[in-house]
Ligand binder design. Structure first.
Ligand code: F0G
Length: 463
């Protein structure tokens, strides 16, 4: 008999979870103005809001915290982080930042001017926010196939090289400060980008004299998929694949809260010394001195250790198998999701789940609220609320996909929790004919509104 798969770790410390009743949850979500970000975490049983900063650190990472050097300048911890970035990713120059968006802020403050164009594969919302805030354009060149949730292809996160080339031909290189390749492609479903595509994009960038930036939050998961799915990589280690991936780019930003498995931290790294120097001022005024940026010494230590562990095969196999396990359960229950299962999350297809809710009433948000009421599970809307209004017309943007993302924190929940998530989704699916109305907006910010938005049930007549 083949032995079943089991996790590559055991549990040393636990955190109790609180269960609640449906009545309590109905009251709490109403109090939270139907915004899942407004819920107190004690009111959640299984929190799949994000895999960012929510993973469980290892015993080695906790030990590293004790070794942190908190010197204002020249800390040992900075050099430990520098060495990890050099050894694992191959970058000589970097600036620490408190998280991914802060790294974006440093870079984009330096390189973007009004009217610029930054093509890419489904820019993450903070990236898009930073670009649009500077009155530049985040142009999505993802392959069209990514929009078909039921299509099973191995590298659904890829850029369409033809679309990209059109853009590079159309605008002068002075107007394109960077092409942004997000690996894995979070917005399109945690879908990987192939090495072939990475290479092709890099060659195009070189041909047109435009730098290629990786948004590398989930670089290790991307490398895992390359190893498993792309010909020629099956016998390479994750670290070898990572090295090759990063040989095809000029700049990287990283939210280390994902694949470096820390609760807080990030950085921007450069191949070009000059650009590193040009960015330094924005690090100092926004984050802190060059050798700590926005981070404590202890956190830089944990990041260096986490980057090493995060790029090990056993860890990635455990992690991605857990996401695939949820996908397989959902298949069994006929719950539609973005296929194939992604690296960090399952993206449930809300339009297929709730076909009776009008798109103007925020279908994925409605599904998120129903799942919370069903079992105290928190996911996050990747749909019209997240898409914000068009910066020019101020009309709501309704993307073709309305997804509810269930992001799985690293090394945190067991497969029993995953079973509860799948069963709860099945229960919502079974009663979907009773869910015919969604929500309307009562108040919102002009940009990145989803974090603080306040909603009301549409059936109350507030159209
Ligand atoms: N890029 C990607 C691809 C991300 O997924 C995120 C964050 C960021 C940049 C920004 O990093 O949060 O450290 O400032 N994603 C989180 C998520 C928030 O839930 O997917 P940050």
């Amino acid at each position: 008999m083949n032995l079943p798969f089991a996790e590559s770790y055991r549990i040393k410390m636990i955190e109790p979870l609180r269960k609640s009743t449906r009545e309590e949850r109905e009251r709490w979500i109403k109090e939270a103005k139907y915004n899942l970000f407004n819920l107190k975490s004690d009111r959640i049983f299984i929190d799949l809001l994000t895999d960012s900063g929510t993973g469980a650190m290892s015993e080695k990472q906790w030990s590293e915290l004790m070794l942190g050097d908190e010197s204002y300048a020249g800390a040992r911890s900075y050099y430990k982080m520098k060495e990890a970035i050099k050894n694992i990713l191959g970058f000589e120059y970097f600036l620490p930042a408190h998280q991914g968006r802060a790294a974006e802020n440093i870079l984009y403050s330096t390189i973007i001017k009004e009217g610029d164009i930054l093509p890419g594969n489904s820019h993450f919302d903070t990236t898009k926010g930073h670009i649009e805030f500077r009155k530049a354009v985040a142009l999505d060149c993802t392959i069209d196939e990514a929009a078909d949730t039921q299509l099973e292809i191995p590298f659904k996160g890829n850029i369409d090289a033809n679309k990209l080339e059109e853009v590079l031909k159309k605008y002068p290189k002075e107007q394109i400060p960077a092409v942004v390749l997000t690996i894995t492609n979070n917005t399109a479903g945690g879908q990987p980008v192939s090495m072939e595509n990475i290479k092709e994009v890099y060659q195009l960038c070189q041909k047109f004299g435009v730098p290629l930036q990786f948004d590398a939050a989930r670089l290790a998961e991307n490398a895992y998929f390359i190893k498993i799915r792309e010909k020629g990589y099956e016998n390479k280690t994750i670290k070898e694949i990572v090295k090759e991936m990063f040989s095809y780019c000029d700049i990287m930003t990283m939210s280390a809260k994902k694949d470096a498995i820390v609760n807080m931290g990030g950085f921007v790294a450069f191949k070009d010394e000059n650009l590193w120097k040009r960015c330094q001022m924005y690090c100092i005024i926004n984050e802190g001195f060059l050798t700590y940026g926005g981070m404590s010494g202890r956190d830089m230590n944990a990041l260096a250790q986490g980057l090493d562990e995060g790029t090990e095969f056993d860890h990635l196999e455990t992690r991605i198998n857990q996401v695939a396990y949820l996908g397989a359960k959902l298949d069994e229950y006929k719950v539609p999701y973005q296929r194939p299962a992604g690296g960090h999350a399952i993206f449930v297809d809300a339009k297929k789940m709730l076909p009776n809710v009008p798109k103007e009433e925020f279908v994925a948000q409605t599904l998120g609220i129903e799942l919370y009421i069903e079992a105290g599970i928190r996911g996050v809307e990747i749909g019209a609320l997240l898409a914000d209004r068009d910066p020019i017309t101020r009309e709501n943007r309704f993307p073709s996909l309305e997804l509810l993302r269930l992001a799985i924190p690293r090394r945190t929940y067991t497969n029993n929790h995953i079973d509860v998530v799948a069963a709860a989704l099945k229960n919502v699916l079974d009663r979907n004919n009773t869910i015919t109305r969604g929500y309307v907006i009562k108040s919102e910010f002009p940009i990145m509104r989803h974090f603080t938005i306040e909603l009301e049930k549409a059936e109350l007549g507030n159209q």
